[in-house]
Design a protein around this ligand. Structure first.
Ligand code: NAD
Length: 362
């Protein structure tokens, strides 16, 4: 069965790629275009063959392989790709297929949108995180040093084909990275989704197509209401104000994944919501229990706290130098544009560190 979701000006299909309209879509829209496939070294190894052996129309596709990892989501790599495309003589009517996780869909969309003032791209996400979040919604871009997604554009793909089969080769830790964004969707937007996720004991085994569908439907609905994040869409940033700062802080020495950083950000921002009496003790305790069941807390030295705070001060979502955050008022309901103080931030980071010290003891 194929689930179909109408997005802003494109269609998302979820289900086996071979049962989807991928081939038809490409033949109708790009019969004479050259096809470029962007992969990273892991999706080159684990996902590309399936695509190439399933579709003869891709037999002449040019495959561009990028190094894997967030540290490569940078302008230098984009420059190299643009130079290669230029050498190969790709034209404006050619089309890019992004086959990868969120790094490939974010960066591929960005590269495509600027090459010759924009070529079309199609996303085939291969990580859980990209399936439920990164591949839809039109945010594309790259990082600038420790600052995440600092350079970017809102540009929609022409279509998104989500085949959960790709998850089979995904390392377990990466499943939890995607799961963090799903928990975020539940907490910030819909209690029912949260409830269906928290019953899972073995996430890797239990996650299924319906969970993915429900999660991406929540994201798509909010993006449709507020595509350029002037208002409601900001709810999707729950867990990200502190999460991005943690990701940025650890980036230089001992990088942590985006999903793990978001899980920690969810804990810290739920803690602030609880301290403000927005969340009840029982709601907060449930969030803490679920998060700690799947994610080990992080070691934050006293010296790191101020540096993490400084990174937050430079978040692109700030207004007039104030640090804005999404907070929870109950499970499934969130409020945007809440100014959080230095004291609250440091307190929440100390809370994370206490969790680490307690977990280490056990
Ligand atoms: N645009 C958005 O709205 C949005 C939303 C959330 C996150 N993001 C971005 O997404 C990125 C994180 O995405 P991610 O977690 O997918 O990272 P990622 O693309 O780095 O993928 C994680 C790892 O899994 C590997 N991988 C992916 N699919 C695989 C498969 N099927 N089999 C084996 N290995 C596979 C990748 O090579 C990589 O090593 C971040 O850059 C984040 O900023 C964007």
């Amino acid at each position: 069965m194929i689930y179909t979701i109408e997005a802003e000006n494109y269609r998302i299909e979820l289900g086996s790629l071979q049962e989807s309209s991928f081939e038809y879509f490409m033949n109708v829209n790009y019969p004479n275009s050259r096809k470029i496939i962007l992969v990273d070294e892991n999706t080159n190894e684990h996902c590309l063959e399936y695509l190439l052996t399933s579709y003869s129309f891709l037999s002449n596709a040019e495959v561009i392989v990028l190094p894997q990892g967030e540290e490569n989501k940078v302008m230098d790599i984009c420059m190299q790709v643009w130079e290669t495309w230029s050498e190969y003589g790709f034209e404006r009517q050619d089309v890019l297929i992004n086959l990868g996780g969120g790094v490939i869909t974010d960066m591929g969309g960005f590269i495509a949108s600027l090459y010759k003032r924009g070529i079309d791209f199609v996303n085939i996400p291969t990580s859980l995180l990209a399936m439920v979040d990164a591949s839809i919604g039109g945010k594309t871009g790259v990082d600038l040093g420790s600052y995440k997604n600092q350079i970017g554009l809102f540009v929609n793909p022409k279509a998104v084909f989500i085949d959960p089969g790709f998850i089979h080769s995904l390392p377990e830790g990466e499943v939890f990275n995607g799961f963090a964004e799903m928990l975020k969707h539940g907490l910030a937007l819909n209690e029912g989704h949260w409830n269906e996720l928290v019953t899972m004991i073995d996430v890797v085994k239990e996650i299924n197509e319906e969970h993915i569908y429900n999660s991406l439907l929540l994201k798509n609905t909010i993006v449709l209401e507020d595509p350029f994040e002037s208002d409601l869409r900001k709810k999707l940033n729950f867990g990200h104000t502190i999460g991005h700062a943690l990701e940025g802080y650890f980036f230089e020495n001992d990088p942590i994944s985006h999903g793990y950083a978001v899980a920690l950000g969810i804990l810290a921002e739920s803690y602030i919501s609880f301290k403000r009496n927005y969340l009840t003790l029982s709601e907060f305790s449930q969030i803490e229990k679920v998060l700690l069941m799947h994610y080990f807390p992080i070691d934050l030295s006293n010296e790191s706290l101020n540096e993490i705070y400084q990174l937050m001060k430079n978040d692109k979502k700030n207004k007039n130098g104030e640090i804005k955050c999404v907070l929870l008022i109950s499970i499934g309901q969130s409020v945007i544009n809440k100014t959080i103080s230095e004291l609250e931030i440091i307190d929440s980071l100390e809370y994370l560190n206490r969790l680490f010290l307690e977990a280490k003891k056990d």
